[in-house]
Design a protein around this ligand. Structure first.
Ligand code: ATP
Ligand code: MG
Length: 334
């Protein structure tokens, strides 16, 4: 029997961070034995953001960085198909088809689209391509007939739309697409180092997967904590405090964490000690990932080969899906 499929991926908008790890990468790694896994590096999606539309060099470099990030997190290149979105034009064709089934109002109401316009300070300066972002994502997913999509919480509205479009297409033209399910990671949305509710490549509040020990220390020591706590003797707030959220997520020494929490609440521990312990926990957590990251950075040809092979496999699948969809729509074949 054929294995079930995963399609997931990342924008080509910079390097991957620890939010990706707990939101989606850890699930990808866990499930790669059980599912045939397709990882898309969404380079075309990246041009949907005003910040990157005139930065092709960043998008281009990010394709390699994002692939390396996935490999460093533990995805097995022997089993996983990695591909840049732009290498599969069938996806664009399918996105146009799907856009015929997407109510215009529904596209404008998408909560993640609305949130990103605000969070990323787009004002009125967003493109039609940005509003069409979820449709293009639906085409990414449906073109390989994915069963499961491991994502962070912010992506749930897009997966919901994908399911709806698959159902609508099937009902209108005949059974063509699988209806995929979303799978959210253990941490649905990791906060940023600045206290923003989401760590995000585009917001500059990240800890990267290959962060050097020095940069890691610098970032953690400058992290946002309880803004009302001025002196180490002031009772502090643990709940919602990003430093403690990271301790809960990345520090396996639960005793240490609960001791720090207790003393922080009472005002008997300084921020410096709490942060130094976090630096040490995070460093241990990312050390093996950083090591694999460095390996692939020094073996870029290997990374390019992995992408080339992934494109060949994905193209075959996408072509077959698109052909079927067009046949169902009774479009002529010339
Ligand atoms: P951008 O700011 O360019 O949108 P991003 O940091 O949001 O970048 P994406 O490439 O959009 O990263 O997201 C890739 C995957 O990682 C998605 O499934 C997304 O939900 C997940 N993800 C991103 N940031 C977080 C986070 N802070 N916590 C949990 N999951 C996250
Ligand atoms: Mg994002």
């Amino acid at each position: 029997m054929n294995k079930k499929r995963i399609l997931t991926g990342d924008n080509a908008t910079g390097k991957l961070h620890i939010g990706h790890l707990v939101g989606s990468l850890e699930n990808r790694v866990k499930l790669q034995q059980e599912y045939e896994t397709f990882i898309i590096i969404a380079d075309m999606h990246s041009f949907a953001y005003p910040k990157y539309v005139d930065k092709p060099e960043i998008v281009s470099e990010s394709i390699l960085q994002v692939t390396i990030g996935n490999l460093a997190a533990g995805l097995d290149p022997e089993k996983t198909h990695f591909f840049p979105e732009s290498a599969i034009p069938e996806i664009y064709e399918l996105a146009i088809i799907l856009s015929m089934l997407t109510p215009h109002n529904r596209a404008l109401r998408n909560p993640t689209i609305k949130e990103e316009i605000k969070e990323k300070g787009m004002g009125d300066n967003y493109s039609l391509g940005f509003i069409n972002f979820p449709n293009l994502q639906a085409a990414d997913i449906l073109c390989v007939q994915a069963d499961l999509v491991p994502v962070g919480e912010d992506q749930l509205p897009h997966i919901e739309l994908t399911k709806e479009l698959a159902r609508k297409f099937n009902n209108t033209y005949g059974k063509t697409f699988k209806e995929p399910e979303a799978l959210v990671g253990e941490v649905r949305r990791l906060v940023g180092t600045d206290g923003n509710t989401k760590m995000s490549k585009s917001l500059g509040n990240t800890i990267y997967l290959d962060e050097s020990p020095e940069a890691l220390k610098e970032k953690v020591m400058h992290m946002y904590t309880d803004p009302n706590r001025i002196h180490p003797t002031d009772p502090g707030k643990v709940e919602g405090n990003p430093v403690f959220i990271y301790h809960d997520t990345f520090n396996p020494n639960k005793e240490e964490v609960s001791d720090l929490k207790e003393r922080y609440t009472k005002g008997t521990v300084g921020d410096v000690e709490v942060k130094e312990k976090l630096v040490s926990a995070l460093d241990t957590y990312i050390a093996p990932i950083r090591e694999r990251y460095t390996y692939y950075e020094n073996h870029i040809d290997e990374v390019k080969n992995i992408l080339e092979e992934g494109v060949i496999t994905t193209k075959k699948e996408a072509k077959a899906t698109l052909e079927l969809a067009k046949e169902r729509m009774q479009l002529p074949k010339y």
